[in-house]
Design a protein around this ligand. Structure first.
Ligand code: AKG
Length: 348
């Protein structure tokens, strides 16, 4: 299927619009060139020139969080769902862990989340006020299969989504760089159910495998090529919500690939966000949902605070309670209804 987009950059006259904005002085020549590339390829690169001291200080903040383990910060273990930091009992900084919404606990992550130069580019992309709504810190390559963000990151409309991937160190080919397929943002979309591009929790392994084969076929049919984003510390890769991307294999085991990802939507459409994490409850686990509509503004940029700073919403009950599966399903249904009404949940 095709995903409908009202964004200017997905319209047939997008290149003309860039030239008009350039002529009117709304864009610099460099910005115009970047936007032309974005329209055609689905991505652009922006060098921020972060210095080593900044990245070392961010790393020290992360080290401090590993010691402190705040309850309103989640850690996602390799291949696992987010869990409350104090409840994590795996290896410290294990390969593949992620920190969702680090911007809620790190001054430097927040500075990147609301970075004025990235924000300017994102607002040129949307051509309307934008909002950062979630962040994700990776210490190592994700090795994630090729995907498109709307499969896991919900926005409404689906098309009003873009992401910035910020290198926090020089990224070498053996470290599992970001993988991407230039031009893939114009490919048709796989339907996990009729009319549904979201790959929900209940999508079967077979269906996911079917998606991968289908996506590879489409890439091949169109003569597109997978590339690896090797780059310098501070380089930012901004991608269109439809761009197919993932993580390359890590060839040097244990090698870090520190990066920070921010997702953006249009401020008029994205007002609040719910995030879920698992918390220990005696011998078992329960899922807790938190929602925020708090906006942080700085230097003309705006972003949602970490949802985990807010009070918990409905939680799934303890398994010992009567008819747990039924109740849990009911709670899940209410939660997802609430989320659909407000905005979206997101991958973590
Ligand atoms: O950093 C990576 O390897 C992949 C990141 C990604 O796919 C995402 O955040 O959407």
């Amino acid at each position: 299927m095709l995903v409908h987009s009202d964004l200017w950059l997905d319209q047939p006259d997008s290149h003309d619009r860039i030239e008009s904005r350039l002529a009117s002085g709304a864009l610099s020549a460099t910005e115009a060139e970047q936007l032309h590339g974005f329209v055609d390829n689905g991505h652009l690169m922006l060098p921020l020139g972060l210095d080593k001291a900044f990245c070392d200080a961010l790393d020290a903040e992360i080290g401090g969080l590993w010691q402190k383990r705040p309850a309103d910060l989640a850690v996602s273990p390799s291949n696992g769902r987010p869990m409350s930091f104090p409840d994590y009992d795996g290896p410290v900084r294990e390969v593949g862990y992620r920190l969702p919404d680090l911007h809620g606990h790190s001054e430097r992550a927040l500075a990147l989340y609301l970075h004025p130069a990235i924000f300017r580019m994102v607002e040129l992309i949307f051509d309307e006020p934008a909002v950062a709504f979630q962040s994700l810190y990776f210490e190592h390559g994700s090795t994630q299969g090729l995907h498109r963000d709307p499969m896991f990151v919900a926005t409404r409309p689906v098309s009003n989504l873009c992401a910035a991937w910020i290198a926090l160190e020089d990224i070498t080919p053996d470290s599992g760089p970001l993988a991407y397929v230039p031009g893939s943002h114009r490919l048709p979309w796989f339907e996990f159910e009729p009319g549904v591009v979201v790959c929900g929790q209940n999508v079967s392994r077979e269906k996911r495998a079917g998606y991968s084969v289908w996506q590879q076929d489409k890439i091949r049919e169109q003569g597109l090529e997978r590339r690896a984003f090797t780059c310098k510390r501070g380089d930012v890769f901004i991608w269109h919500g439809g761009l197919v991307h993932g993580g390359e294999p890590i060839q040097s085991p244990g090698r870090t690939r520190k990066s920070f990802v921010v997702h953006y939507s249009t401020a008029a459409d994205y007002k609040s966000r719910t995030a879920r994490m698992q918390v220990r409850d005696g011998e078992s686990w329960r899922m807790v949902a938190h929602r925020t509509d708090t906006i942080i503004e700085r230097d003309g940029a705006r972003g949602l605070d970490s949802p985990l700073h807010g009070a918990p919403e409905l939680t799934s009950p303890k398994p010992e309670q009567p008819r747990p599966a039924l109740l849990a399903r009911l709670v899940e249904r209410v939660n997802s209804f609430r989320e659909r009404r407000t905005s979206g949940s997101a991958r973590d």
